[in-house]
Write a protein that binds this ligand. Sequence first.
Ligand code: DGL
Length: 264
Amino acid sequence: MVVVGLFDSGVGGLTVARQVFQQLPAAHIIYYGDTARVPYGGKPVEELVYLADVITGFLIEQGAEVVIDACNSTSAVALEYLQTKYDVHVIGVIEPGVQAALNATKNGKIGLIATEATVKSGVHRRKLMEFAPKTTLFAQACPLFVPLIEAGEIDSPRVKAIAEEYLQPLQEAGIDTLILGCTHYPFLAPVLAEILGGEVQLVDPAVETVHRLLDVVPTPSGDGSNAEGKHLYYVSGDPGQFAKVGSMLLPGYTIDKVEKLVVG
Ligand code: DGL
């Protein structure tokens, strides 16, 4: 069965890993969470490209046959570079999110919440203009979310108050669809849905991203076995913290076998 490499600044990529567990349970996963350098959202482009490059190289060295850049901030600025440099398929999370939003919207008013790096890159706007020029994007950077999610705080009164503030301009703009444009944010989906009510559809780009993985892996049932794939986790920070918060964020899955390794 295929070996999938996945990376993010921290626990956010687990929202994409969760989709791989569900859609391709036999896949082996090597995950890299750069928890010593999280958050990525305020880092300059050159640093994001460098980190995405060294981590992708590491995952391929470890045997990854396909790599998912499970971080919007690096997908926004480094994906084309990675796709040109490496021979394996490198799949990003931006275009799948844009496509899923276009499938969902009825009024063409699409909201985006993401990191500062992703919003600044303008990549969602460019993709939307390419695929559906009549749509309008309303983007909001949410720098306070990632540190809270990394600490496992996803539904406290503090998180709710911050989310209300971030979402207010998007609600006022009349969006009917919201792209969760940072892989950490699907962990906040219950809080976001409560604030937005039933009128706004939340788009988790991970679902469509993993559809794209299915398009490029040889044969999903490759070796004929239904065995669950092996999952290995590497982090640059504290492995115990990652295992604890990761297991709390993904109930029903055990995040163990976490090793510390600093790449780059
Ligand atoms: N989860 C990442 C993203 O999708 C990075 C968030 C961060 O580290 O700021 O952008």
